[in-house]
Design a protein around this ligand. Structure first.
Ligand code: NDP
Ligand code: OXD
Length: 308
């Protein structure tokens, strides 16, 4: 039996080393130089080329190397009987919580304006956005969303949350799927942490932005396909939104001629909000590999019917 690591444009040697540090007896192969395809029963993937997993006849499990699984579900050539799972480790949640807190504070304290002013040697003070006008609405209260909500609450931000099912929490108000308008009506700073599914594709559109409480700001750290890009431009130009921080884009890398680059109200980071640490991921991957070999339930298994 062997474990396959597969990703386009990513050095997987550090992950292989970390896996062997957890268990030196593992047989780990890195795509595309795979010696024996028949022996592969477990694959760890980040954006593998579509259909390539069809070449492994004994594949039982595919694990995403990150939290998102849209890249696995869009490959319809992966047999329905192959179980899907993902890597969610504490540092992934911590980084995301820090990234979002930082984005909220940058908006609140006018960081982008001061960076521009420094470049021009220009001294001018701006009022911070009052905390009372920074109610943060977190869309998606899963592993990432709950970590983000907790860190904002520790930093004394008011938080509301929205998810398919209502959460029984006492630190913030949780809204269910059919309560989207009530959630938006309470939200100034909208943070998208939804998985990309048929239901959530294109959810961040002009109609939704208009329902936010003013002043309104957008932070998208989930997937670029959640956002209708031209609606964001229109919302910024018409004052529906004050600004946006985007870590994810419909096309990545964001093309050099993309409209977003020249918009001062849009902060851009290159899909780095939270990155899987190979050392931490290795223990979870080995645990799931061993569970798969002994027929036990997997940790963080994906529900294919829900799409996440
Ligand atoms: P989870 O699967 O743990 O949580 C998903 C949440 O979204 C759940 O609360 C779920 O509701 C909710 N949800 C799903 N569908 C809907 C819907 N139709 N309407 C309302 N709520 C819905 O995901 P994670 O928190 O682990 O990750 C979220 C996403 O973050 C990933 O899919 C990935 O795209 C992105 N990500 C981005 C990173 C980056 O660096 N930019 C890094 C890591 C993740 P319920 O609780 O009721 O099931
Ligand atoms: C993830 C990501 O889903 O990095 O983990 O986007």
């Amino acid at each position: 039996m062997s474990l396959l690591l597969i990703a386009k444009n990513r050095d997987l040697e550090p992950l292989k080393e970390s896996l062997l540090a957890v268990d030196p007896n593992l047989d780990v192969e890195i795509w595309p130089r795979v010696e024996n395809k028949e022996r592969v029963t477990f694959a760890v993937s980040w954006n593998h080329p579509e259909k390539v997993l069809q070449n492994y006849p004994n594949l039982k499990v595919v694990s995403s190397l990150g939290a998102g699984v849209d890249h696995l579900l869009k490959d319809s050539s992966i047999d329905e009987k192959v179980a899907l799972t993902r890597v969610v480790v504490p540092s992934l949640k911590d980084q995301m919580a820090e990234y979002v807190l930082n984005a909220v504070q940058n908006y609140r304290f006018n960081t982008a304006r001061y960076v521009d002013q420094k470049r021009e040697g220009f001294w001018s003070a701006h009022d911070a956005v009052p905390k009372s006008e920074c109610v943060v609405g977190v869309m998606g209260l899963g592993e990432m969303g709950q970590a983000v909500a907790s860190s904002l609450i520790v930093n004394r931000y008011s938080v509301v949350g929205w998810s398919r099912t209502k959460k029984d929490v006492n630190t913030f108000e949780s809204f269910a799927a059919d309560e989207l308008d009530e959630f938006l009506d309470r939200t100034n700073i909208l943070v998208c942490l939804l998985p990309l599914t048929e239901e959530t594709d294109g959810i961040l559109d002009l109609e939704l932005f208009k329902k936010l409480k003013k002043p309104a700001y957008l932070i998208n750290v989930a997937r670029g396909q959640h956002l209708i890009e031209e609606d964001l431009i229109y919302a910024l130009d018409t004052g529906v939104l004050e600004g946006a921080t985007l870590d994810v884009f419909e096309e990545e890398p964001l093309p050099a001629n993309h409209l977003f680059w020249n918009r001062p109200k849009i902060m851009i980071t290159p899909h780095v909000a939270s990155i899987t640490d190979p050392k931490e991921a290795a223990s979870l991957i080995v645990e799931n590999y061993k569970r798969s070999l002994s027929g036990m339930d997997l940790l963080f298994e994906v529900d294919r019917t829900k799409g996440y």
